[in-house]
Design a protein around this ligand. Structure first.
Ligand SMILES: [Zn+2]
Length: 239
């Protein structure tokens, strides 16, 4: 299972900022222009306005926060509700339109240029919410990471962008906490020792953590993000 094509753009947009190092491709208009060119969303040397850059950065972080908190049916949790209200307010500034052709109907940007690219990203999010793939687009739960990844694990329970880096780091932190608090069995192996026994863990960086430990997360619901409206064609480009 790979990241569905429409969500690859969303994933890449979110990962244009590396929270762990502070590196940000959208730090300047020129940097954003370079990112657009690399992704073949604009000609090299395209001019990006400060307002467009600001909207893109705000949208990216609102989307990251909404994915981090997850869907909020009923919205009992204020943090979840706030993140979705913020994303909704920013999305209001990015016009989308329904497109209809012999191939079907889909959502597409209603404008061109940089805001149109943001429209493609939002249209991909809406499509993924509709086809059920959006809950698998996640934000790494390791403190200070926040990288986006597509969870290809069978039960959609992966929490970290990389078991080798963020997963081991989080497990080591939890292990030290349990040792400090006097919890846990005396013979409990450290995560480093466990990592040395490949048979007990995932085979590769993309397999993800299957959640057997005390800090395991319950399987994420694959339903959710109750966004209404059809976008069946899987296309978001203007003809
Ligand atoms: Zn991570």
């Amino acid at each position: 299972m790979r990241t569905p094509a429409p969500l690859r753009l969303v994933e890449s947009f979110l990962n244009s900022r590396d929270l762990s190092t502070g590196w940000d491709e959208l730090a300047t208009p020129g940097g954003f222009g370079g990112w657009l060119a690399v992704h073949r969303l604009a000609e090299r040397g395209v001019t990006v306005g400060e307002q467009e850059l600001s909207l893109a950065r705000d949208l990216r972080e609102a989307l990251r926060e909404a994915l981090r908190t997850g869907p909020a049916p009923g919205a009992q949790d204020p943090a979840r509700r706030n993140s979705q209200v913020r994303l909704d307010a920013l999305a209001y500034r990015v016009p989308l339109r329904a497109r209809v052709s012999a191939d079907g109907a889909w959502l597409a940007p209603a404008v061109e240029g940089v805001v149109g690219v943001l429209g493609r990203i939002l249209a991909a999010v809406v499509l993924a919410a509709h086809d059920g793939t959006l809950p698998r687009l996640k934000v790494c739960r390791a403190p200070g990471c926040g990288a986006a990844f597509y969870d290809t694990s069978r039960n959609a329970s992966r929490c970290w962008c990389s078991m080798q880096v963020c997963g081991n780091r989080s497990k080591t932190r939890a292990y030290r906490g349990r040792r400090r608090d006097g919890r846990g069995p005396a013979g409990e192996p450290s995560p480093a020792a466990a990592a040395a026994r490949p048979a007990q863990r995932g085979a590769g960086p993309d397999e993800g953590w299957r959640g057997a430990g005390p800090d395991a997360q319950p399987p994420a619901a694959v339903a959710g993000w109750p966004i209404r409206g059809a976008a069946p064609a899987g296309q978001d480009q203007q003809p």
